[in-house]
Write a protein that binds this ligand. Structure first.
Ligand SMILES: [Zn+2]
Ligand SMILES: [Zn+2]
Length: 255
């Protein structure tokens, strides 16, 4: 059996299995527990209730600002920093319910949640700054996992979200980056330590090289949450140094 046929077989089995599971255990809204249909994981009411990023927000990192500000501005944190990406555009603001969905995808392996999270992330593309990326068919580049973590988790959440984003935006997914070493968990580290921890952690993949050969105009890095931005920045650095002219970032949520 050719790899393509095998993949197709697996996909149709998965579909069948998910239908069978839906019949046995009807899907419930991940937030309120209401019964759902049509393969959804979030009901319309909860979906509408999750807070989206709205102006004013930092033009670099998407941190929302409570209050009135006219025109673009950078938050105090970003105005001191230099990034290799132009801007990061999270779709959602920090919210326990959205974060819970991300955690359930990542650690609870609830893969069906990637569909809802990718759809939410696609709302970032209403930002006019992303119009050029859409028109220029810039590739969606998932932030990669190290293969050891991939082996453990069996999937990369950023890739699953990218796949869904691709369905909504018609942009291609290109796994342009590879993680060369497993990095320590970043949560407890300072910014300087995070940067040191990440230095040289990514390289351009063969797919990335091909993409640059065909169209180096730009790339859209995709991740689940943007916290300090140090991981996406190291990825952006790798992409820029390899030859991508511009790099922007899209995430589901601002952490
Ligand atoms: Zn609900
Ligand atoms: Zn900022």
């Amino acid at each position: 059996m050719s790899p393509t046929t095998a993949r197709r077989e697996i996909r149709s089995w998965r579909k069948w299995l998910s239908h069978a599971l839906d019949l046995l255990y009807p899907p419930l809204c991940v937030v309120c527990g209401e019964g759902l249909s049509d393969g959804r994981a979030l009901c319309d009411a909860c979906d509408g209730d999750l807070p989206r990023l709205a102006e004013p927000y930092c033009e670099r990192c998407g941190e929302p600002f409570p209050g009135q500000i006219e025109g673009p501005f950078a938050c105090p944190n970003c105005s001191k920093l230099k990034f290799f990406f132009e801007f990061a555009r999270p779709a959602m603001v920090r919210d326990e319910r959205t974060l819970d969905m991300i955690h359930r995808l990542k650690y609870g392996r609830e893969l069906h949640l990637a569909k809802e999270l990718g759809r939410l992330a696609a709302e970032s593309f209403c930002d006019p700054r992303l119009a050029e990326a859409l028109a220029g068919k810039w590739p969606l580049v998932p932030v990669p996992l190290h293969h050891k973590r991939f082996q453990h988790r069996h999937f990369n959440q950023a890739q699953e979200i990218s796949r869904e984003l691709s369905r909504h935006t018609r942009l291609p997914v290109v796994n342009a980056l590879k993680r060369t070493r497993a990095t320590e968990h970043q949560t407890a580290l300072t910014r300087a330590q995070r940067l040191e921890n990440l230095r040289g952690a990514f390289i351009l993949s063969r797919a990335g090289q091909r993409q640059i050969g065909e169209s180096p105009a730009g790339a859209i890095l995709v991740d689940d949450v943007l916290t300090t931005g140090s991981t996406v920045d190291e990825c952006a650095k790798t992409l820029r140094r390899a030859g991508f002219q511009r790099v922007v970032v899209v995430t589901v949520m601002r952490g």
